[in-house]
Design a protein around this ligand. Structure first.
Ligand code: CMC
Length: 392
């Protein structure tokens, strides 16, 4: 019954009103609360972006200092969470661990599950932003069999994350400021992207009144897919498989072959049909990191650059408006920083948490909010009578 608009993949359905992020896919524009992503990445830091996404305005100096301090008060996780990790196999994918652990936060922070209280909503938001680096670093340490490193609150947000990932009890670890800045930029670039699949998942889960930790866990589960956040991991695996620039043409041919499901990972975007503004910034950051680390003649980067060059001049890719997306370069950058491929999507989730939670808050605070309930076009059997099993 009823007449519905059939819109597979929701390519032309606006599911909500939002004042957080604006994207013009044709022009390659991305704005957070009106500010161009290029300016935020160049002049701001990640926590400033978090403040902007959550509160709607950039903070002044005092507001920024207060926000940084308040987030830093939430960086620890309940000690019992460490036991929770022990239940996982060491070789578990860190995204599986993150989905479980972030969902489990709702069992630890009961006060923040009261979504009717605006103060608790903000505390839940800050808890999530603050605890994601701690949990992500724990997932990494658990995976490689090293002891967990507690947060060091005198470090800034991203340096603290690097410290928790790379410090070991037996020697001094100093965070490289160039890498910390580059990673901070990566976090800014990933912080929000309007109603993508994982954000829509968070909103849909939240529309039922589910608590914020459960909603973010749902977002993480969705982000894991290779067509979404898993693409940086998939892009790097593909570059390693290609190996050297001379093997690129055969992969291009595979990508163009209608009978071959292979796609060039890190290429194409549902919304950006000319270029992805984040990819431009990411390309520059990638080169800065490789220079800082003294990585020259990196075969992966060489392959990446050549693949980009060939694809940008190929009629198939031009016609279908397939350009490198952010994941194309972020994979190489994160690998150079020492992160294993399995952590890439975890870092995406860490950064996107603020966007998810800002979108969740916006939805909860919208007086017109209703439970999300898409309809369908039923194409199954017509009404028919049950036939006993002996007569089938
Ligand atoms: N390589 C080869 N062909 C492609 C690719 C690709 N990467 N992407 C799209 N196409 C082709 C596709 O086969 C289709 O051809 P045809 O019209 O002949 O059937 C046409 O281009 C349109 O593709 P589509 O799947 O209808 O486009 P979409 O907007 O639904 O998909 C996408 C967008 C990102 C899922 C897709 O481009 C893709 O699978 N890319 C590779 C994975 C990837 O890099 N994902 C990261 C997305 S950005 C990060 C994020 O926001 O999560």
């Amino acid at each position: 019954t009823g007449v519905f608009t059939y819109d597979p993949g929701f390519t032309s359905t606006a599911s909500c009103e939002s004042s957080i992020t604006y994207i013009d896919g044709d022009e390659g524009v991305l704005l957070y609360r009106g500010y161009p992503i290029e300016q935020l990445a160049e002049h701001g830091d990640f926590l400033e972006t978090c403040y902007l996404l959550l509160y709607g305005e950039l903070p002044n100096k005092a507001q920024k200092a207060d926000f940084d301090y308040r987030v830093s008060r939430h960086t620890m996780v309940h000690e019992q969470m460490a036991r929770f990790f022990q239940g996982f196999r060491r070789d578990a994918h860190p995204m599986a661990v993150m989905t479980g652990c972030v969902g489990a936060l709702s069992a630890f922070y009961h006060d923040s599950t009261d979504i009717s209280d605006p103060t608790q909503r903000m505390i839940a938001s800050m808890r999530l932003v603050a605890k994601m680096p701690t949990l992500a670093a724990m997932a990494y340490k658990y995976n490689i069999g090293q002891p967990f490193v507690y947060p060091k609150n005198e470090l800034d947000y991203t340096a603290n994350f690097l410290h928790m990932c790379y410090a070991v009890p037996c020697e001094e670890y100093k965070v490289n400021p160039v890498l910390a800045r580059a990673l901070d930029k990566i976090f800014i670039l990933h912080a929000d992207h309007e109603q993508n699949a994982s954000t829509s998942t968070v909103r849909l889960a939240g529309s039922s009144g589910a608590n914020p930790f459960a909603c973010i866990a749902a977002g993480i589960a969705c982000l894991w897919g290779p067509a979404h956040g898993g693409a940086n991991e998939a892009a790097l695996k593909m570059l390693s498989e290609i190996g050297t620039p001379d093997r690129i043409p055969q992969y291009i041919a595979k990508a163009k072959d209608k009978n071959d499901p292979f796609r060039l990972m890190g290429f194409g975007h549902r919304v950006y049909k000319n270029y992805d503004p984040r990819a431009k910034i990411m390309q520059k950051t990638c080169h800065e990191v490789l220079r800082e680390l003294g990585i020259k003649d990196d075969p992966l980067l060489e392959t990446a650059v050549e693949l980009e060059r060939i694809a940008l001049h190929d009629d198939y890719f031009i016609e279908k408006k397939l350009y490198p997306n952010i994941d194309f370069y972020s994979g190489i950058t994160l690998k150079a920083m020492g992160f294993p491929v399995s952590m890439f999507t975890v870092l995406f989730a860490l950064a996107r948490t603020v966007g998810w939670i800002a979108q969740w808050k916006e939805m909860i605070e919208d007086p017109g909010q209703r439970i999300g309930r898409p309809r369908q076009l039923y194409i199954g059997a017509e009404r028919r009578d049950f036939v006993p099993i002996t007569e089938r």
